[in-house]
Design a protein around this ligand. Structure first.
Ligand code: DGL
Length: 289
């Protein structure tokens, strides 16, 4: 395993946070807000600190070690911000970092990760053909290979891998329903539909924000599956196990506090207003302000 090098040395000894502390959630950009919202709805008393590495998004085309180091810096920032646990709400970052992060932080700072939700798609596919849409880096990682070996192969389900470097930038720009995005989706997904895929696993946390666009093009031909609810449940399990679940009512609380590493908080405000469900209060600011 390659060592990670956080930008700042860790405090020693490592402290264990209390249940009142926020849950830290990280993604390369705003895609992980699909996960943050599921967690906010599933755990209604929790406060979330969300870190979007908008200075470096997209991670998909980056080298493995680059992804590892950017992820390590982001998780270290959440740790120092006083979070009680961190959710790596990014399949690409999870693919390269979960083992090293867990080894680094140990039990006092639980790390929850993501892997494309292949299992439910495999179990439900009638055509025994499932498409997985993820970044090229996610397909290079071991996690996705493990779930293919564990669930798809024994069930003799064919997995069609689909990658695109164009989709994440469309979501970051709030351009999911643009003609260019619809055309890209049509071009990359049609071959899988032609090969008989009936399920599409959204293996990147940006992609749940493309559901409307995909439904618009393919209607009932593809059933879409994402990891949101499973990750929210797993987060609850880990917090309960570590006696870190917060169950009291808090008044006037901002539910999701977003920090972006790029200087683009102002430009993102109208985009997030459309992405985040109206019942969740949120703020956004540039890192360091
Ligand atoms: N949300 C990230 C994921 O789940 C996006 C990857 C990227 O930044 O390219 O993989």
């Amino acid at each position: 395993m390659t060592a990670i090098h956080p930008r700042y040395p860790l405090n020693n000894p490592m402290r264990k946070a209390t249940a009142e502390a926020p849950i830290g959630i990280f993604d390369s950009g705003i895609g992980g807000l699909s996960i943050a919202q599921e967690i906010a709805h599933y755990l209604p008393h929790e406060h979330i600190v969300y870190y979007a590495d908008t200075a470096h998004v997209p991670y998909g085309p980056r080298e493995d070690q680059d992804i590892r180091e950017l992820t390590a810096q982001a998780i270290e920032w959440l740790y120092r911000k006083g979070c009680k646990a961190a959710v790596v709400a990014c399949n690409t970052a999870s693919a390269f970092s979960l083992d090293s992060l867990r080894a680094h932080y140990g039990e006092n700072f639980p790390i929850i990760g993501l892997v494309p939700a292949l299992k439910p798609a495999v179990l439900q596919s009638q055509t025994k053909t499932v498409a997985v849409l993820a970044t090229p880096a996610t397909f290079r990682g071991q996690l996705i290979q493990d779930v293919i070996e564990r669930f798809a192969k024994p069930a003799q389900v064919k997995v069609i891998p689909i990658t695109s470097l164009e989709l994440v930038p469309f979501v970051e720009a709030g351009a999911q329903m643009s003609a260019a995005c619809l055309q890209t989706l049509q071009e990359i997904l049609q071959p899988a539909v032609d090969q008989g895929a009936d399920f599409l696993v959204l293996g990147c946390t940006h992609y749940p924000f493309l559901k409307t666009a995909i439904w618009h093009i393919f209607g009932h031909k593809l059933t879409l599956i994402d990891s949101g609810v499973a990750v929210a449940r797993q987060t609850a399990r880990i917090l309960i196990k570590n006696e870190l679940l917060f169950e009291q009512v808090r008044k006037d609380m901002v539910r999701i506090e977003c920090y972006v590493s790029g200087q683009n908080a102002t430009c993102l405000t109208p985009i997030l207003t459309r992405l985040i469900s109206a019942d969740l209060t949120w703020t956004i600011r540039n890192l360091g302000i």
